[in-house]
Write a protein that binds this ligand. Structure first.
Ligand code: AWU
Length: 468
């Protein structure tokens, strides 16, 4: 096992941490990546999550002798369909009820923590967790750091401005990235979301409370990528700010370890030339309207390129098949695929045939696109994704955003235009994006860099444990 030194490994062998992220795959997956990296160094991890999620995540647990899953039952609350256990199971207008159910797991979590007696607990949206006491708490942010810096820092006091679109659009004092701004229509759409009730408190209060109550804050990034943002966060919070880096698994499971389901996608992609296929995924939670779904798939058809679209069935449809436009399947036979279920996104992005990723700019998808060599086209849907998209486009200059008006509608023409722009190997735009992306990818593929960040992260945890 790869330990940096005897003393460290002895301390790490004694280190026992609990993970309790928000009940969504966009949170469980990065928390499991961190768990694997901690377990690689001998740290024991107890991961609390609903049973149904464990079934999907089990295969990605690289150290089952050190990482143990413990089931949490998500209580039923009025307004939630029966059996709901994750953000992927509910429509966005019901998420507030899901937070109420999540908050009702407090007593189960208290019992686990009493029995397990961990040194540290990692969490994000359970704002009530640090107060349970008896451990050091680390608020592990897996969303885009630029969003946390723009909206959530202590000096921002957004709650005093919440009825002002003007104020919502303005960066907080000292914010380091002048190119990162919200457009008026985006601010008008996103402000109500941030101040909507999620359980007994607003989403904004949940986020700021969970940051304020933590003994330390951890951020899923590298200084080389978000340096000025990280420095700004460090000066805003009077507590340790630790960096884990993206911690993506280096390679998907070897071919002989692939499930038949995963193998299906790899063999489909094998039919196409290198860098020729356009892949589209909007994460584990997003459900879009039927008319926009149809316009998007017509946009992929319009490109004339091979495509693989992995989107959940749109609102009002049980399957993607019933939502497809008339004659679409016949026209794209052999070139295009639309799938309504779960796909092995990381393996698809790692496949040599995948040349473009049309993404909603979710936190996990951002790192997965940066770590691979496909071109990046963005259609951000939520405020956190919009801020992340601005960062990739304006600061890193590795992506383009599909042109949309204030309605946020994506036309088939604008989607096709953005894809063909980045897929045109001869264009200066595509070449520039590729050059900038290659530098980021080289950084993310460096094992030495990852080791250095994890060494510093573990040492930071040690200092935190020694502090009173
Ligand atoms: C914090 C919140 O998490 C949300 O997660 P969401 O699931 O939307 O998207 P990702 O972060 O890309 O996470 C989705 C994760 O699921 C994986 N996946 C998804 C669908 C599928 O079919 N197959 C897969 O392997 C994908 O590879 C990624 O790792 C958003 O970010 C949101 O912006 C952010 O505020």
């Amino acid at each position: 096992m790869d330990n940096p030194g005897d003393d460290d490994s002895k301390q790490q062998q004694q280190l026992h941490v609990v993970m309790y992220p928000w009940i969504a795959y966009g949170h469980w997956i990065p928390y499991l990546h961190l768990s694997n990296k901690l377990a690689e160094r001998g740290v024991r991890v107890s991961f609390l999550l609903p049973k149904s999620a464990q079934v999907r995540l089990d295969k990605d647990n690289r150290y089952p002798h050190l990482i143990r899953f413990f089931p949490v039952a998500i209580p039923h609350v009025d307004g939630l369909p029966p059996g709901v256990e994750t953000n992927s199971d509910v429509a966005s207008h019901l998420v507030g009820h899901l937070f109420s159910a999540f908050d009702k797991t407090k007593h189960q979590v208290q019992t686990y923590l009493t029995d397990l007696n961990p040194d540290l607990v990692f969490y994000d949206l359970a704002h009530w967790l640090p107060a349970l006491g008896g451990f050091k708490s680390v608020r592990y942010s897996i969303v885009q750091p630029v969003t946390q810096a723009f909206f959530l820092t202590p000096s921002r006091e957004l709650h005093k401005e919440k009825n002002s679109v003007e104020a919502f659009m303005q960066p907080p004092p000292g914010f380091p990235s002048p190119s990162i701004r919200l457009k008026r229509h985006e601010a008008q759409r996103f402000a109500p979301f941030l101040f909507s009730k999620f359980g007994d408190l607003s989403f904004y209060d949940r986020l700021t409370t969970s940051l304020r109550e933590a003994d330390a804050i951890a951020v899923r990034s590298y200084r080389e990528i978000h340096g000025p943002i990280i420095d700004y966060l460090a000066q805003e919070y009077t507590k340790p700010l630790l960096l884990t880096g993206p911690l993506l698994p280096k390679a998907s499971p070897a071919a002989d370890h692939q499930s038949p389901e995963d193998e299906k996608w790899v063999s489909w992609l094998n039919k196409f030339e290198a860098d020729s296929v356009v892949y589209c995924g909007f994460g584990s939670q997003t459900t879009i309207d039927k008319d926009q779904f149809q316009e998007l798939v017509l946009g992929f058809e319009l490109t004339g390129l091979p495509f693989l679209v992995a989107l959940k069935p749109p609102h009002g449809c049980a399957t993607v098949e019933e939502a497809l436009p008339e004659g679409f399947e016949e026209r794209v036979q052999g070139r295009g695929m639309v799938n309504g279920g779960w796909v092995p996104q990381l393996q698809i992005l790692q496949h040599p045939s995948t040349g473009c990723f049309v993404s909603h700019c979710g936190g996990g998808s951002v790192w997965e696109s940066l770590a691979n060599d496909c071109q990046i086209v963005l259609i951000p849907l939520e405020f956190e994704q919009t801020m992340g998209a601005r960062f990739l486009i304006e600061e890193l200059q590795v992506a383009v955003e599909v042109e949309r008006g204030e309605s946020m509608w994506v036309s088939k023409e604008s989607l096709s235009k953005a894809i063909k722009q980045v897929m045109d190997g001869g264009s200066t735009v595509a070449g520039g994006l590729k050059r900038n992306h290659a530098k980021i990818r080289a950084l993310l593929s460096s094992k030495d860099t990852e080791h250095t960040y994890m060494d510093n992260f573990i040492r930071g945890l040690g200092v935190l444990l020694e502090s009173n």
